[in-house]
Design a protein. Structure first.
Length: 163
C-alpha cells in the first residue's frame, strides 16, 4: 500500500522524492479529499484516497509522517532511497514496463497536464515547480504549437484590446 501511494504521489501530484518522504498525516483533511502542500490545497482523486485510507488503517502510528519504516523495532521516517526501492518494485509486476523513477513520472505528469489543456499556472500550482524549472519540461515551441491550434485570436483583437 505504501509503495502504491508513493507511485500515485509521483504520477498524480508530480511530487519529488524529498516531498513525498516529508508528507505527514496532518497535511490531509479528515477524509483525504485534499492535501495541503506549501500553502496550496490540492484535491485528491478517489484512487489515492482509497489507498491513503487503507494505509491509515494499517499503520500503528496514526500521526507523523505517512512514509515510515520499522527499524529495529522503532518507527522512523524513510529516506529518498526507500522511495526509489518502492517504485522499483513495481517493475517486477507482469506487463509493467514503465520507467518508475520519480523524475520520469514527474515529467510524464507535467506533459500530461500540458497536453490536456491545463494552463502553465495550473501545472505550477499542482507540481510546486517554478517558472524557470518548468522550461525543463515544456518548451516554447510546445506552447506555440498548442496555442496556434486552439486560440481564437479574434476575441482578443475584437474585444479586450480594443476596449
Amino acid at each position: 500500500t505504501r509503495n502504491i501511494i508513493a507511485f500515485l504521489m509521483c504520477t498524480i501530484l508530480g511530487m519529488e522524492r524529498s516531498e513525498i518522504i516529508n508528507v505527514t498525516w496532518d497535511q490531509f483533511d479528515k477524509n483525504f479529499f485534499h492535501i495541503s502542500l506549501y500553502g496550496r490545497r490540492i484535491e485528491l482523486p478517489n484512487l489515492i484516497r482509497h489507498y491513503l485510507l487503507l494505509l491509515k488503517k494499517q499503520q500503528k502510528r496514526k500521526n507523523g509522517h505517512i512514509f515510515m519504516g520499522n527499524y529495529n523495532g522503532r518507527y522512523k521516517q524513510i529516506n529518498d532511497s526507500a522511495i526509489n526501492d518502492a517504485l522499483s518494485q513495481l517493475k517486477g509486476l507482469k506487463d509493467f514496463t514503465l520507467d518508475c523513477s520519480p523524475q520520469h513520472l514527474r515529467f510524464c505528469f507535467i506533459l500530461s497536464m500540458f497536453y490536456a489543456g491545463y494552463t502553465l499556472e495550473d501545472i505550477m500550482y499542482v507540481t510546486n515547480i517554478d517558472m524557470k524549472n518548468l522550461a525543463n519540461y515544456i518548451t516554447m515551441d510546445m506552447i506555440v504549437d498548442r496555442h496556434n491550434k486552439k486560440i481564437n485570436w479574434s476575441k482578443l483583437y475584437d474585444g479586450i484590446l480594443v476596449k
